[in-house]
Design a protein around this ligand. Structure first.
Ligand SMILES: [Zn+2]
Length: 842
């Protein structure tokens, strides 16, 4: 401003004064404010709501144009902004885009030769993915202030060769649920009694997002919009170091890397070693302060969908940091050793590990960058795991394949058509679980492991990951092939795609004549979305109880028929409604011009069963596990597109249940009263349909009138139910059970089995085992010899032989559908959704 005035020396005094005033004003508005200068409270004395957290970052960014950049990367379900802040030296900030592109070149994710002359480390810090572990988000403001002002000479030095990306709040909806509740429920005078209300967060917690998903289990499945939008930002950068900043129980010391066993076999020696280096630096700072910490325990690196494993499988040093606190911490809480743990302490500890991580990354920028490059060179040229190519057969339902490809796009995984046929190829066949000699067609889809993201390819597709130690927090098998129910092979030899893959769009029917009826195959969730939408519009739909043929097409039992005869009331609008719904759900319609079938019963036969439009209620409350409630809610609202009424479990006996045709009990830990059981039995007998899964089904086990009985041997030896695998919970909640995949036999003549091949791969996450019922159907069950993938305890495994996975019991005019496993677990088991839709709609 001064310079400007000098150059304009002809300017008169009032203008000069006005400019001076503007300049002073600008400095006052745009000064880099510390958190305590900006917030209405002192940092750590109160929780900061998300809009103020956000406001702080915005003011700091506008006051720090040379050292900080804010990038909005999306919005949450409740319309809160998602953003990252990028920090570096002014010199680096001036060429930030070149640094970013150079890094992608190191990974082979963009074209051109990378420049290795001035290696720049990229550190990405993720704060408070669990919203009620709020100290990470609180800490992010002070951290941002130090990174933006660079007044500390050490920080200034580190940022000369380091770019820091800071996501202050990965789960703003959950963060605000917690911080808002805490402000609302806490005493004016801080209360550190751990039994006080302000330390007892109610259901649903702020840990989870709007749909009660644990976003720290969602990185690989990317079912939630926070994850989907974050992955786009993440893959634009591909950081070298990624701490995921959490909190744990109030009596635990701080946890940081190195991680515990088991570590996934695809984690490289460098990734193991550098974690140790970071851990040693953190430990040095903690030693200097006299703070407790622990390493190498509890937090393993195996399941690929965490904020530590996902970055690890994408070439970074991915780590979990855990501070004591979480929702029980509040502003201050008394701990077992008689001390008081404060929010200020928690912020200070996270600030220390964050800065320490930046410090060690800066000091090792060259080896970090060189090893990152080497990681990607090796993944592209020498993939480590057993299988080198995964073949998705062209005979699969095209919507299932399309769905898989959309997920691969999220992870920047490349794929294409095989291009030329091959025969006599030695392959692992996922359907039978056997080695076979396979024929591969030109239009089969192939995903080669020879590509930059081959570690993700192998981690996501291999039938079974090698487990060095059964002590893990999470499911031990997750192959996308089983999850998506695909007919597929794994090859030990290299096979590259030769033709691009175009996503499936059904052929449009170009005939102008209005058909007599439409027939639709039942193949995946797409048809359930289609039928669900039409039912809401009052369209009458039938489902075939037996196979039939119309013209050239053969239909299996379960196919749908929509006819003019059933829908006279809709007159000429039927045609437009059906074609529009098919277009939206991406479903192929087969118009037919007669009711006479080429094979099997005619369309007018009662072998075509008229579907009833369900009115569905979903129970909620303390007994219902919040994740499972949320997964179910999300399924109805965002995947099936079908309305539900959530009703409180503790008022079942006061609600007129006759309004609903179906009641859903998600997983949970129920203790139903005799009164409520009686109400439910009566409602079922009058024609209601109960659909309950996992803990929801267990609520009815061994109860009068229900055909689900705990296996006798398990009653005698309940030690198996105690799950010895867990010494400590990953995050203090009981979500982290080991899980495995079992191959169930499907009875395709039963409506629940429609649309499936003769088998169903079920994801089992609870050790409950039941007897085969005497007076109920078991459309899916485990045979004497059943296949399984992942870890199942040696005593439990034989006990599962000849046990039901789904029990369907007639009760009066109604039915109880009891599913032993959770078909909607974390919303990534696509086959489970199709099964659940069968239970609901048809
Ligand atoms: Zn956490």
């Amino acid at each position: 401003m001064f310079v400007l005035i000098k150059h304009n020396s002809g300017m008169n005094l009032p203008i000069r004064l006005a400019l001076l005033f503007t300049s002073l004003l600008a400095q006052a508005v745009f000064a880099q404010k510390a958190p305590n200068e900006f917030l209405p409270h002192k940092l750590g004395e109160q929780f900061t709501p998300h809009h103020l957290l956000n406001g702080y970052f915005e003011q700091l960014a506008s006051a720090s144009p040379a050292t900080m950049k804010l990038e909005k990367y999306g919005l949450t379900n409740e319309a809160r902004p998602l953003q990252i802040a990028v920090f570096s030296s002014p010199e680096n900030m001036a060429q930030l885009e070149e640094i970013r592109l150079n890094n992608l070149r190191l990974a082979g994710m963009t074209s051109g030769q990378p420049n290795l002359n001035n290696p720049t480390a990229i550190v990405w810090l993720s704060m408070s993915v669990h919203g009620n572990e709020a100290s990470g988000a609180e800490c992010s403001m002070e951290l941002a202030f130090q990174l933006a002002t660079q007044t500390d000479p050490k920080v200034k030095e580190w940022l000369k060769n380091t770019v820091v990306i800071l996501d202050p709040s990965l789960n703003p909806d959950g963060y605000d649920r917690y911080t808002h509740w805490h402000r609302m429920a806490s005493n004016l005078i801080q209360n550190s009694d751990p039994d006080a209300r302000e330390h007892r967060e109610p259901w649903p917690s702020g840990r989870v997002n709007h749909y009660y998903f644990d976003l720290n289990r969602d990185w690989a499945w990317a079912t939630q919009i926070e994850t989907q939008q974050r992955l786009m930002a993440y893959h634009r950068w591909l950081p070298h170091v990624h701490p995921d900043v959490h909190e744990q129980g109030i009596n635990d010391p701080y946890y940081f890397a190195p991680a515990a066993e088991p570590m996934h076999e695809l984690i490289t020696p460098w990734q193991r070693d550098f974690q140790v280096e970071i851990g040693e630096n953190n430990a040095r700072h903690f030693d200097n302060n006299g703070w407790y910490y622990f390493t190498k325990e509890v937090f393993d690196l195996f399941y690929p969908s965490y904020g530590d494993t996902y970055p690890t499988f994408n070439g970074a040093i991915g780590m979990t940091y855990e501070q004591a606190g979480g929702p029980r911490g509040g502003r201050a809480v008394e701990t077992d050793n008689g001390d008081t743990l404060t929010l200020k302490d928690r912020i200070a500890h996270h600030l220390t590990t964050s800065l320490s991580t930046i410090e060690v990354s800066s000091k090792s920028a060259r080896p970090l960058v060189e090893n990152f490059r080497e990681y990607y060179r090796r993944t592209s040229t020498n993939p480590q795991a057993e299988y080198k190519a995964f073949i998705i057969r062209e005979t699969n339902d095209p919507n299932k394949v399309r769905n898989l490809c959309q997920l691969l796009d999220q992870h920047k995984i490349r794929y294409g058509r095989v291009g030329a046929g091959l025969s006599g190829v030695k392959a692992f066949d996922y359907g039978s679980g056997q080695e076979i000699s396979a024929s591969i067609n030109p239009n089969d889809l192939v995903i080669s492991a020879y590509q930059p993201h081959s570690v993700m390819v192998q981690a996501l597709f291999e039938p079974e990951a090698k487990l060095a130690d059964s002590m893990t927090y999470d499911i031990t098998a997750w192959s996308l092939i089983f999850a998506h129910g695909l007919d597929a092979y794994a090859l030990k030899e290299r096979l590259e795609p030769k033709k691009p893959y175009e996503p499936f769009r059904p052929q449009k029917d170009l005939s102008t004549a209005t058909p007599y009826a439409w027939c639709i195959h039942r193949q995946s969730l797409a048809e359930a979305q289609f039928v669900g939408e039409l039912m809401q519009q009052g369209v009458r739909i039938r489902t075939a109880r037996e196979p039939f043929a119309m013209a050239e097409q053969q239909y299996a039992a379960g196919a749908f028929v929509i006819s003019k005869a059933d829908n006279r009331a809709l007159h000429s609008s039927l045609d437009a409604m059906v074609t529009a719904a098919a277009e939206r759900a991406n479903v192929r319609l087969y118009p037919v011009f007669t009711g006479t079938s080429a094979k099997g019963k005619d369309l007018g036969s009662d072998a075509f069963h008229l579907l009833k439009r369900p009115r569905i209620a979903l129970v909620y409350g303390e007994d219902v596990e919040e994740n499972s409630y949320g997964h179910t809610w999300f399924f109805f609202e965002r995947e099936l597109g079908y309305p539900i009424t959530p009703i409180p479990l503790d008022r079942l006996d006061k609600i007129d249940l006759s309004k609903y045709t179906s009641l859903v009990f998600p997983h949970g830990h129920y203790s139903l009263s005799e009164g409520n059981l009686g109400v439910l039995r009566q409602w079922i007998e009058k024609g209601g349909r109960l659909i309950a899964f996992e803990g929801g089904a267990k609520a009815f086990a061994d109860q009068d009138g229900f055909e689900l009985n705990t296996r006798e041997a398990l009653k005698k030896d309940t030690s198996m139910l105690r799950r010895p695998f867990l010494t400590r919970q990953r995050d203090g909640l009981s979500d982290g059970l080991p899980g495995a995949i079992v191959r169930g036999k499907v009875d395709n003549t039963h409506p629940l089995g429609y649309g499936f091949p003769g088998y169903y791969h079920s994801l089992k996450t609870q050790p409950d085992v039941y007897e085969m019922p005497e007076n109920a159907d078991t459309p899916i069950y485990l045979e004497e010899k059943y296949q399984s993938y992942g870890f199942i305890g040696s005593r439990l495994k034989p006990m599962l032989k000849k046990t039901p996975l789904v029990v369907v019991q007639k009760m009066g005019n109604g039915e109880a559908v009891l599913m032993v496993d959770n078909p909607l677990f974390r919303s990534f088991w696509q086959q489970g959704k199709a099964l659940f839709a069968n239970a609901l709609l048809f």
